[in-house]
Write a protein that binds this ligand. Structure first.
Ligand code: GTP
Ligand code: MG
Length: 685
């Protein structure tokens, strides 16, 4: 059977915390499998997966990278992902493309922030998970203690699939062995525990095992092993050193023999129809090469030289060069043309891609992130369950240094936005600011570097203005009779309305309960426009008003003088009046923050956050000597947090933020913001 045969395909994402050794591990696997002739290193900047100049400069991954190799009968597609929380979008995207998440843990630092997040994200997508403990060659590590911590954090289903031996120079596999040397825990005990766990999955096998007292053979164990992986009843732990190569042959064998093939993993959750429509049905893609094509785009790259590149996983059917494909609900198909498999930065042209393969198509403008590619209109309106990404909150207001670049700026920002679901661009017409948002300071720095290096655009940056909002705290009435009689035709419109607070996040509701046509239907649309204008302009500090219901209940019109503009103005002014009477307040965004820092800095950091109106919710150990401080803090207080963190931790800290909720600003801030706003004119038109 060929390596293209679906049963022989494996898709694996290397995920985990920054510096755990994922990129090095990918390099070591590729070299050991003979896919590359010599092994590069992240220090030298010559690995297959960290090929971006920025990655070479920073010494860690910024983008996910794809490579593949053959081992035994299997072709293994590997995605190396960045571990820093700032680049989490890349790792989350990669999880949508694989059957197995290989969570890499650094033996020196233990369980870290991204280890935990990725275990959670992978479980949420029902992926088969395996834990790889890397750097077993390092000094001063305590592997038995780490195994204990892994089980405590992720459950007793985390079971040893191999054990380090001869002072971590080697590794002994325990599924097929029940004796041999190991550095800790007996091979026999680990073997027994593993077999016991696996046979639980198959009643017949369990009965036979109990009767005979003999171990089932590896063939008999295969199906229940996959079942246990799929159900999350088994999360194998493996040990490696990506540096010395210890444990690498065992890991390769595990990927080829035990990692699920596309039919053995949990199928991806596809939907026909819209997700919020209760009538839409979920179904499993079938990894059958003969069926209709279903592929999911999990990554977009826009390269100034290659153009737009869509990277996808084939879930069903076969994509060939001459295949006609549709993107999402598109009416028109495109012909594939060139089809590639990726090896780091290299594109290798192939004739066909089968279910379970990862590949790329270039220069197709319609391809979009998270889109489904298919080859028949029968598959229109099919979506993969949408990926959930953290909301980018870290903002930077940007301006081009050269005026001549202004035009290009938006094109380039748009390209970056398409590639990265955690990078957003906002235009604020009122403040004339262009704000870029990402998951952290490093994320934005990477974008600026990319714009400078690839697109030759240099930017000035400054902290952006905070996205304040206004809302009301009680019901109130508003009334405006707009009347103008200055020669010629007059203007007349009268509106009576009531405003009511809605719960946070509810937005805006417009309700028309006018009786007897006192405001004719044709003018009601103008009233609503006036109301919306008032809400957009804000009343207290000039910020948009949210979470409000506006009920128009009475009014008057004039048979000759009533005009759209008159009702627009009356609606706007009545709203302003009502809001002013409804005790309006200003709200500010509050974010969840997680700070990772050395234990010694925890006191200073907690004190600093508290003094910045932060509310701490907990402090937890993360790995050796590292603590995670979590809490909520107003975004406005984090303008220069990177700098403060650096000085309080001697450069050893990192943090990430995600949107939490909107909350009222302190009275003094409200006064200050209100005084900065021009008075709202109820008299102007
Ligand atoms: N001693 C030792 N060092 C290792 C091993 N594997 C990786 N390293 C080193 O650990 C550092 C980080 O390795 P990377 O491969 O860049 O780690 P990564 O997980 O890809 O990091 P991110 O891309 O930031 O998520 C580098 O200095 C590697 O040389 C190992 O097995 N043993
Ligand atoms: Mg890396």
């Amino acid at each position: 059977m060929g390596q293209n045969n679906t049963v022989n395909l494996r898709t694996v994402a290397l995920v985990g915390h920054g510096a755990a050794g994922k990129t090095t591990l990918a390099e070591t696997l590729l070299a050991a499998a003979g896919a590359i002739s010599s092994k590069g290193s992240v220090e030298k900047g010559n690995t297959v997966c960290d090929f971006d100049p920025l990655e070479k400069e920073l010494g860690h991954s910024v983008n996910s990278a794809i490579a593949s190799f053959n081992w035994l009968d299997a072709r293994i597609h590997l995605i190396d992902t960045p571990g820093y929380p700032d680049f989490a979008g890349q790792a989350i995207g990669a999880l949508a493309a694989v059957d197995t998440a290989l969570v890499v843990i650094n033996a020196q630092t233990g369980i870290e922030l991204s280890t935990e997040r990725m275990m959670r994200f992978a479980a949420a997508r029902n992926l088969c998970r395996m834990i790889v403990v890397n750097k077993i060659d390092a000094e001063n590590i305590d592997l038995p203690k780490l195994v204990g911590e892994i089980r405590e954090r992720f459950g007793p289903e985390c079971m040893l699939l191999d054990l380090p031996a001869h002072h971590s120079q080697d590794v002994v596999e325990v599924l097929g062995h029940d004796d041999g040397d190991s550095d800790f825990e007996s091979v026999a005990a680990a073997h027994r525990a593993l077999i016991d766990q696996i046979v639980e999955e198959d009643e017949d096998l369990l009965a036979k095992y109990l009767d005979d007292g003999a171990d089932p053979n590896l063939e008999e164990l295969h199906a229940p092993f996959e079942k246990a992986l799929r159900a999350g009843h088994l999360i194998p732990i493996l040990f490696v050193s990506a540096k010395t190569g210890a444990g690498i042959p065992q890991l390769l064998d595990t990927l080829a023999k035990l990692a699920p093939n596309p039919a053995e993993g949990n199928p991806p959750p596809f939907y026909k129809g819209s997700l919020d429509d209760p009538a839409s049905v979920s179904f499993d893609a079938v990894p059958d090469a003969e069926k209709h094509v279903l592929a999911h785009v999990f990554k977009i790259v826009s390269d100034p030289f290659v153009g737009k590149l869509g990277i996808f996983r084939v879930h069903q059917g076969t994509i060939r060069k001459e295949t006609q494909l549709f993107v999402g609900d598109a009416k028109r198909a495109f012909k594939v043309g060139h089809l590639y498999r990726l090896q780091g930065k290299d594109y290798l042209e192939v004739d066909a891609l089968f279910p379970g393969e990862i590949g790329a198509i270039a220069k197709i403008d319609e391809i979009e992130f998270d889109g489904v590619l298919h080859d028949s209109h029968d598959e229109d309106r099919i979506h993969l369950k949408p990926l959930e990404f953290p909301e980018p909150m870290q903002g930077l207001a940007v301006e081009t240094q050269r005026k001549a670049d202004e035009q290009r700026l938006f094109d380039v920002l748009h390209k970056l936005e398409i590639e990265d679901p955690c990078f957003k661009v906002e235009r604020h017409p009122t403040t004339n600011e262009t704000v870029i948002r990402g998951l952290g300071e490093m994320h934005l720095r990477a974008k600026l570097a990319r714009m400078s290096q690839q697109y030759k655009i240099e930017l000035h940056t400054k902290p952006p203005q905070i996205a304040y909002r206004e809302t009301i705290t009680k019901k109130a009435e508003g009334h405006c009779r707009h009347k103008k009689q200055s020669g010629g035709a007059g203007q007349f419109g009268e509106v009576m309305l009531r405003v009511e607070p809605l719960e946070r996040g509810a937005g805006f509701e417009f309700v028309d309960i006018v009786k007897g046509g006192v405001i004719p239907g044709v003018f009601m649309a103008s009233v609503e426009k006036g109301v919306r204008q008032a809400l957009e302009d804000g009343v207290v500090g000039g910020f948009p008003v949210h979470d409000i219901r506006v009920i128009v209940h009475d009014g008057k019109s004039h048979s000759v003088d009533s005009k759209d503009i008159a009702f627009f103005t009356a609606g706007r002014k009545a709203t302003i009046q009502a809001i002013q009477a409804a005790t309006p307040i200003i709200l500010e965004p509050v974010v969840d923050i997680e700070v990772l820092a050395p234990e010694a800095a925890v006191g200073d950091l907690s004190g600093d956050l508290s003094s910045k109106r932060g509310q701490l919710t907990g402090t937890q150990p993360r790995g050796t000597g590292v603590m995670a401080i979590s809490g909520k803090v107003p975004l406005a207080e984090l303008d220069d947090y990177q700098g403060r963190l650096k000085s309080l931790t001697g450069g050893q800290g990192s943090y990430s933020i995600a949107f939490s909720h909107y909350a009222p600003v302190p009275a003094a801030t409200q006064q200050q913001l209100a005084s900065q706003k021009k008075a709202v004119g109820l008299d102007d038109d």
